[in-house]
Design a protein around this ligand. Structure first.
Ligand SMILES: C[S@@+](CC[C@H](N)C(=O)[O-])C[C@H]1O[C@@H](n2cnc3c(N)ncnc32)[C@H](O)[C@@H]1O
Length: 234
């Protein structure tokens, strides 16, 4: 997520100065303030903060936690529901998030975490057994192919990325979205969603291949591997 302190136009078409960074807005959300995602056309919806701050659900376990057997990088870990559950299992996990409050909450669950942007320098490049992009995080940065190229560099030669997808649709880019906390707006950032039909092409552009697609409780998670190493089971 990038920050461009400027002005934002709300649904009433008035311009409001942005007064906080994206990370500050996320910190407020993870501290219990209600927070909305506001699209450039004024549409808005609450962030699902409760889901991320809660415990890992049965589908979190089945789709992510139970499938990680080696070093795992949880990109955009939020308050650590997955990192915490992996740590409890004895998996060597590292959470990464731009929100210092999310990192604090992840550490409070016993898992190590770094307050860092997923696109900056991270430890263990080329050595992670698994990289997680859970709950829409394939949209980080608003350019899924760019993000998956980054993930490909982080993965070990035989590593797998577990990538959660939207149930339908192609790639949708949501440019210039903001977070609203009370009467304050964050700077703008871009987000994206990737549907199950689109993941083969997006993965291919990053020299990755989809080897598996698992669905449960209305959620869909693709397994991606380096193209040269993959043994496809689909
Ligand atoms: C949709 S939430 C998902 C949280 C977590 N993966 C889960 O499923 O519980 C997205 C998270 O990504 C973080 N985030 C957004 N942009 C990021 C970036 N560029 N680098 C790292 N984390 C980022 C946000 O702070 C937020 O905690």
């Amino acid at each position: 997520m990038t920050n461009s302190p400027a002005t934002v136009t709300d649904s009433t078409m008035s311009t409001i100065p942005t007064t906080m960074t994206t990370a500050e807005a996320l910190d407020a959300a993870f501290s219990g303030r209600s927070c909305e995602l506001v699209h450039s056309d004024g549409r808005h919806r609450p962030l699902a903060t409760d889901r991320w701050t809660g415990a890992a659900s049965p589908s979190d376990h089945a789709l992510f936690v139970d499938r990680c057997r080696g070093t795992t990088l949880d990109l955009g870990c939020g308050p650590g529901r997955l990192s915490g559950a992996l740590q409890d299992r004895g998996v060597d996990v590292l959470g990464v998030d731009i929100s210092s409050e999310a990192v604090r909450l992840t550490k409070a669950r016993g898992a190590p975490a770094l307050c860092r942007d997923a696109f900056t320098d991270l430890p263990g490049t080329g050595s992670w057994t698994h990289v997680l992009l859970a709950d829409g995080n394939v949209g980080l940065g608003g350019r899924p192919e760019h993000l998956l190229r980054r993930v490909a560099k982080l993965l070990a030669p035989r590593g797998t990325a577990l990538v959660e997808l939207a149930s339908a649709g192609a790639v949708s880019i949501h440019a210039d979205v903001h977070l609203r906390v009370g009467d304050r707006f964050s700077g703008s950032f871009d987000w994206a969603t990737v549907g199950v039909e689109a993941i083969d092409d997006v993965a291919g552009a990053a020299d990755l291949v989809v080897t598996d697609l698992v669905s449960m409780a209305g959620r869909h998670v693709a397994t991606l591997q380096h193209r040269t190493r993959a043994r496809t089971t689909r």
